[in-house]
Design a protein around this ligand. Structure first.
Ligand code: SF4
Length: 410
């Protein structure tokens, strides 16, 4: 459980600052200037960016390094001792991700420590209010710092609607334990996906003390990593992480009420998402709203010639298949010019499958029979490619690194 938030007074309305049009560094400093940062004086602060993948600045996948730089500078100017920490997605090395994202460079320039949060054993934390998640493994340093600042990227997310400062805290969960949130069974009688309930459960213990949302370049469509970059040149900051996310949602053309993990958390009293109950500066912040395209509702439109037979799968397997299709579908049909259609199966509930179906994930091991099979729980996109082509990689048109193929259970 994180310490009580010193920024929040129970009687006060949440306050959120928005800065736009000045570039990553200046936007961040301007947004933070509008907040009273005196509670950080003398405190040890962990900055938790989104550095969970090996991606370049400007791709809209990871936190812009100049936002990280401005966050370090502003918190230090207010008297804090700061470090940056991350537990990346499975298969990604934190040091490599810090280097690729440019965050290592700005941290080195400022002599700011970088922490691989996975390097030490975690702390087992019980979630008394958890509905589907009852225990989590939290990276030790997260609990050892006085305050945690969540610095996510403004992104759409194929499973959770958006990923902002509340969900970014999933990168405080130790190593592969974070994948557990994608593998929970559905709750009978509850229409919410278990992943969304799990994030609300996580927020019962891991709400950051300050949110700084990086909308320098966000991501629309198939976020969090397979979508399209969207330049917005905006930063949103606030101490009520739900309120900051709600303002960011509005700026993305959606609403927090439509984001299940935010609606669930707000209903439990973890924060405020009603924009009428939040003070936002400047008054004309609505003018900067844009529309982020959501993930495609119908995959057969997005991926013609592909059928995904999904019977009770986890979001981890769905992510792998979506990532595989996004990265490799075109190249695959180029590679096999005679292939007219690809059928994949994921999930626990299959009894019978058409011939020629590619079975993906350990749950399809039993019905696979003689069919091609990709093992893993969850499997990774590059392994699907290897099973289909016999090669671990084929030349891709976009030149992405193999790291981009890591399972996107984030
Ligand atoms: S194989 Fe896929 S669907 Fe089955 S438990 Fe693992 S992640 Fe979930």
């Amino acid at each position: 459980m994180l310490a009580k938030n010193p920024f929040l007074q129970s009687s006060a309305r949440p306050f959120v600052a928005v800065a736009h049009g000045q570039g990553a560094y200046a936007n961040t400093r301007a947004a933070l200037q509008a907040l009273d940062l005196t509670p950080v004086a003398g405190k040890r602060i962990l900055i938790k960016p989104n550095a969970g993948r090996v991606a370049l600045p400007g791709e809209g996948i990871t936190t812009h390094p100049e936002v990280a730089a401005a966050t370090i500078d502003a918190l230090r100017a207010a008297g804090a001792e700061v470090a940056i920490g991350e537990s990346p997605i499975t298969g990604v090395d934190a040091t490599e991700a810090f280097e690729a994202t440019g965050i290592a460079t700005v941290a080195r320039q400022r002599d700011c420590p970088l922490i691989d949060l996975d390097r030490r054993p975690p702390v087992d934390v019980a979630l008394g209010e958890g509905q589907v998640l009852h225990r989590i493994k939290v990276c030790a340093e997260v609990l050892e710092h006085d305050l945690v600042v969540s610095v996510p990227v403004m992104k759409m997310h194929m499973h959770t609607g958006v990923t902002l400062s509340v969900k970014n805290m999933k990168g405080c969960l130790w190593r592969r334990s974070k994948v557990k949130l994608h593998m929970l069974p559905a709750v009978e009688g509850d229409a919410n996906k278990p992943i969304n309930i799990a994030i609300a459960d996580m927020a019962s213990a891991l709400r950051p003390h300050l949110a700084i949302i990086d909308g320098t370049v966000g991501m629309e469509g198939l976020g969090p990593s397979a979508g399209d970059p969207k330049t917005v040149d905006i930063v949103v900051a606030g101490a009520d992480t739900f309120a900051a996310d709600a303002v960011a949602c509005r700026l993305m053309g959606t609403s927090a009420e439509a984001v299940p993990h935010l609606a669930l958390g707000a209903a439990r009293g973890y924060g405020v998402i009603d924009l009428d109950a939040i003070d936002v500066t400047p008054d004309n912040w609505h003018d900067w709203a844009v529309t982020f395209a959501g993930p495609p509702a119908n995959l057969s439109i997005q991926f013609p010639n592909v059928t995904v037979l999904d019977n009770n799968s986890c979001s981890a397997c769905q992510s792998t298949v979506l990532l595989f299709l996004k990265r490799y579908r075109d190249q695959l049909f180029d590679y096999f010019p005679d292939m007219e259609h690809l059928t994949l199966a994921i999930g626990k509930g299959h009894q019978e499958l058409p011939e020629q179906t590619l079975c993906v994930g350990n749950c399809t091991a039993r019905p696979k029979d003689q069919r091609p099979f990709v093992k893993g729980c969850p499997p990774v996109a590059s392994e699907i490619l290897r099973v289909l082509t016999g090669k671990p990689s084929i030349d891709t048109k976009d030149g992405r690194s193999p790291q981009a193929d890591q399972t996107d259970a984030s």
